[in-house]
Design a binder for this molecule. Structure first.
Ligand SMILES: *[C@@H]1O[C@H](CO)[C@@H](O)[C@H](O)[C@H]1NC(C)=O
Ligand SMILES: *[C@@H]1O[C@H](CO)[C@@H](O)[C@H](O)[C@H]1NC(C)=O
Ligand SMILES: *[C@@H]1O[C@H](CO)[C@@H](O)[C@H](O)[C@H]1NC(C)=O
Ligand SMILES: *[C@@H]1O[C@H](CO)[C@@H](O)[C@H](O)[C@H]1NC(C)=O
Ligand SMILES: *[C@@H]1O[C@H](CO)[C@@H](O)[C@H](O)[C@H]1NC(C)=O
Ligand SMILES: *[C@@H]1O[C@H](CO)[C@@H](O)[C@H](O)[C@H]1NC(C)=O
Length: 665
């Protein structure tokens, strides 16, 4: 049942986040002020006494009605055509007192009227949230505001272990909220944390939304912003996720989790990051399961068995796979099949000392093969919601790809319940560890960064044009770019990748998955993806490397609302050098880095047709003299809405034209 809902619901995209700092004395978060409001100025403002205004008042009155607060969630619309107003309200799942719910919504409705005059707005309170829009919520993908980050929250003393417990708690809550129909899209729980402390967590989705997808990206954001803090909250349009070290919800709706003590292995933060990235893959697995849940249990078991067998058959063409009695690895053209025994030996029977990280969905271990080669083993947990389809996607895809700028899947092992993916071990972790850490960042010079940028570009070019398949990665971000011992960049995590046929140029999906901050606008908002959406992500990464800040963490509200808007403004003012991290300027030729800002801006242009292809980019990066076209405007605000216009979506001839004008093919 859930799966059917998930399929037709709108896009769960990460939208708004902030750290939430208020710990009142009794541990209950004060409900007086909104946690945040979203009143994007780029939407048209409605005029007073207009029909829109009047419809809005009616909608808010409906949302504040007894019926709505009793239901907890209410979704309504009033009016016709351009004056139509859509509205939604949601009370927190642990509020059983409908009077309290009603009071919160009434207050939120008054507030949203007073604070916002745009035709699209949202407000979050501790106990409820209210939003309205001139268009269906299925169309609007972003609320698009990052509120000011509040840095007052205290840090925990033991961040690594804390994160481990937090991950454990939140994955369980997310799974429960998304997939347990009894939970009604809400879950709250607590887990004891060494040092006489307890972590309290809460997650909630709007009914009929793509819950697991939303929670997965929200959780990624939460990990990035707050997993070393004593409290954190991520507010999305369709879900929210928060934790504190004090009880802040109705205990009777919560349950207690016991952290499994046997898994106290050593942590490496990069692996945690890796797992976070892997969560996108897991998201796919989750959705796969949700669909499977629709079927009867027996059907499901039989089904999984069949697809597993199909996978094995597909992978084990007689030529490609063989395993000796001793369990030696037998190489094939495309993939190594390893036996469980070999992996067990390599990882010392998955010993805690070899554990690199633990996500809610499986652990990653370091291993050493008999020949001395180091490997990273992703052990997909038995219990987690595995979709064989997605596993298959990754295995088959990545096994067929071999390029020095792609992380290699060395093989896999599928025996009984065990599903293991074996990758080459990357000693320098992921790119985000370098570029967003001031200390590590300064260790590399511009030449190295340029090499990394070129490496990513070549890896993408291979995916898009040079491999046997045409592949769109769909989740390119610094966490998914790993660095080997020579700092060679390698793209990883193909869980979301899609194969295109030769002459297919774009595809549309209802399941927008990816990471906030890196998704091209046409993909985030309309689900339309193409090689150009990867180019957009690449451009964002390039600009992030140059400025040393995250697009998604760009809170410089005085400078510009987003990193892209900031880059664009400086570009227009002729102050490109101001965009460059001063540290980098010491080690580079200014004209070269300005050229890279220029190329980055070309990649993030709002209209996909204007963006270069990766082969253009590789040529441009390699040339110092080739004249670059003027960039056009990038999406300037996260909330900008592209109104779907089929005529602008895919026209291959236009795409070719834009760049063949200036570049030799
Ligand atoms: C809105 O309409 C009311 C009643 O029709 C009127 O009294 C008021 O002046 C109008 N306000 C504006 C700004 O037009
Ligand atoms: C509230 O719900 C009841 C029963 O479902 C219905 O009879 C009533 O008309 C509703 N009231 C409003 C204001 O919608
Ligand atoms: C419900 O909440 C209201 C206002 O918050 C309060 O006055 C009332 O006593 C509560 N009722 C119950 C049963 O807790
Ligand atoms: C933990 O807290 C309880 C009561 O709050 C206290 O009795 C106990 O001594 C504490 N233990 C430690 C190790 O701090
Ligand atoms: C907590 O939830 C229980 C069960 O839903 C309810 O009986 C109780 O009144 C709630 N307490 C508060 C403070 O809302
Ligand atoms: C979450 O934890 C509870 C309590 O330990 C357990 O009953 C439940 O099965 C867990 N859910 C998932 C999805 O792991």
């Amino acid at each position: 049942m859930f799966g059917a809902k998930a399929d037709r619901c709108d896009i769960g995209v990460m939208v708004a986040m902030l750290l939430f700092m208020i710990l009142s004395l009794n541990g209950v978060v004060s409900g007086a002020d909104p946690i945040d409001t979203y009143c994007p100025s780029e939407f048209p403002l409605y005029s007073l006494n207009s029909s829109f205004h009047n419809n809005l008042k009616l909608v808010l009155r409906l949302l504040s009605s007894d019926n709505a607060s009793k239901a907890g969630f209410y979704d309504t619309s009033i009016g016709q055509g351009p004056d139509k107003v859509y509205g939604q309200s949601l009370c927190r799942g642990d509020i059983s007192n409908s009077t309290a719910c009603k009071e919160c919504i009434e207050k939120a409705s008054r507030d949203i009227m007073n604070r916002c005059k745009s035709e699209n707005a949202m407000i979050w309170y501790n106990l409820c949230q209210v939003r309205y829009s001139f268009q269906s919520f299925k169309v609007v993908a972003y609320t698009g505001k990052y509120p000011q980050q509040n840095n007052e929250e205290k840090k925990v003393s033991d961040p690594i272990r804390f994160r481990e417990y937090l991950t454990y708690l939140m994955s369980n809550l997310s799974d429960e909220a998304a997939f347990n129909p009894d939970k009604n899209m809400f879950a709250a729980g607590e887990v004891d944390y060494p040092g006489n402390k307890t972590i309290y967590g809460l997650v909630q989705c709007i009914p009929d939304s793509q819950c697991s997808s939303c929670l997965t990206s929200a959780f990624t954001e939460l990990t990035e912003c707050c997993s070393d803090l004593e409290a954190g909250i991520i507010l999305d349009r369709t879900c929210n996720i928060r934790f504190q070290l004090s009880q802040f919800f109705n205990a009777s709706s919560a349950y207690r989790l016991i952290y499994p003590t046997s898994t106290g292995g050593k942590w490496k933060s990069w692996m945690i990051v890796l797992i976070m990235c892997g969560s996108v893959l897991v998201l796919a697995l989750l959705i796969g399961l949700a669909t499977a849940c629709l079927r009867r249990k027996n059907d499901r078991e039989r089904d999984e068995e069949i697809s597993e067998r199909t996978l094995l058959q597909e992978l084990s063409t007689p030529k490609s796979v063989a395993v000796t009695e001793e369990g030696d690895l037998i190489s094939s053209d495309e993939l190594l099949f390893m036996t469980l025994a070999v992996i067990k030996a390599a990882t010392d029977d998955f010993s805690d000392t070899n554990k690199l990280g633990q996500g809610g969905f499986g652990a990653v271990y370091k291993g050493v093969l008999p020949d001395g080669n180091e490997i990273a083993v992703k052990r997909l947990s038995r219990k987690s919601w595995q979709g064989m389809e997605e596993l298959k996607n990754e295995v088959i895809l990545i096994a067929k790809l071999q390029h020095k700028n792609l992380v290699r899947l060395l093989g896999c092992a599928l025996e009984g319940d065990e599903k293991l993916l074996i990758y080459e071990f990357m000693s320098n972790k992921s790119l985000d560890q370098f570029i967003f850490d001031p200390e590590k960042r300064s260790k590399l010079d511009w030449k190295t960064y340029h090499g990394i940028i070129s490496g990513i570009a070549r890896g993408l070019l291979y995916l898009h044009e040079e491999s046997r398949l045409k592949i769109i990665h769909r989740d390119l971000k610094p966490n998914n770019v790993l660095l080997d011992h020579e700092l060679l960049a390698k793209i990883s995590d193909f869980g979301m990748a899609r194969i295109f046929s030769e002459n297919q140029n774009a595809a549309n999906t209802k399941r927008v998955v990816g990471t906030y901050g890196y998704m091209a606008p046409e993909y985030a908002m309309e689900g339309l993806f193409s090689v150009k959406s990867d180019v957009f992500s690449f451009g964002v990464i390039m600009l992030e490397i140059i400025i040393g800040k995250r697009n998604s963490g760009f809170y410089m509200t005085e400078l510009a609302p987003t990193l892209l808007a900031y880059a664009w403004r400086l570009w227009n003012e002729g102050k490109e050098l101001d965009f460059v991290d001063p540290m980098l300027l010491e080690s580079c030729d200014a004209s070269e880095i300005v050229r890279c800002v220029h190329i980055g801006l070309l990649c993030v242009q709002e209209n996909p047709e204007h963006r270069p292809t990766m082969s253009n980019v590789v040529v441009l990066l390699g040339s110092e003299s080739m004249v670059l076209p003027q960039p056009r405007q990038p999406p300037l605000s996260l909330g900008r809405v592209l109104r779907a216009d089929p005529s602008t979506t895919t026209n291959p001839s236009v795409k070719e034209m834009i760049f063949s004008d200036i570049l030799p093919r």
